[in-house]
Design a protein. Sequence first.
Length: 312
Amino acid sequence: MSSVNPEKLISFVIAVYRNERELTPTYKELKSLFSGPLKDYRCEFVFVDDGSDDASLPELLALREADPQVRVVSFSRNFGQMAAIIAGVRAARGDAVINKNADMQEPAEAVVRLVREWEQGGEIVLGHRLSREDSLLANVLGNAYWSILKWTSPNLPVGSDFFLLGRQAADAFNRIEESDRFCPVDVLWLGFNPRIVPYHRMKRLIGKSQWGLSRKVKAGIDGILHSSYLPIRFISVMGLTIGGLGFIAAALVAARRLIQGTQYPGWTSTVVLLLLLNGLTMMMLGIIGEYVWRIYNQAKGRPQYIVRRTWG
């Protein structure tokens, strides 16, 4: 991949959910790269409409009408961003596949840097967000979200939902058949010695983010449970620790009772211990339940998404 081949195709995968008015500027910005720094490549756009209830789909169809390099995949309902990314990578035919958001917050020059790293042999290239021009609340939620993910995946770059896959890596990505997937972790799991491209996240100029607190919490839980057994190990360690402390406490109480005749009256301390232990038990059962729920989803064998129609 050290030399540029004009026959090579770069595919853009763009998940769409309530992104009306953002799609045309995003398309034009990326398209302009192929008359500039990426002029030696061909391009295609795979927009995946994730059940939008606004004017996103008509806007996409207008782009498709004007440019046959635009392909549109429309879901039967909203299945989530991860499902849209998976569908887009499966539909993409490029020698390199770039996943990018539809809000123009990843700068075009960062896209070029992804491609340059791919030209130099990087089969997987991950974006690493250094900073972001967002509101205080968005910054706090976003930083907390990625901090939680890095707790179980220390090598996961912040903002790595912006990434490039070479053809071999994209084919390997498409062979993963799991429910409740989390794409940045899946990409990191593939190996291929990922390369990192730092970028600055731009301010959103059109529309508003659909990633509210509940979506971030769910995605954070999916990312943690999808990538690590650490929560289960936490339960084991906590159980052994509490059991050991309980055994030591019981031995001390029994020894003082037998040797010194000391009694330990105290209704309050008993109730506090019961509440604490019951709370820990319920938390541990909740963690186990999250894993069991994902096993149940996997066992049902339902598709991750349903395509209503494709154009192109």
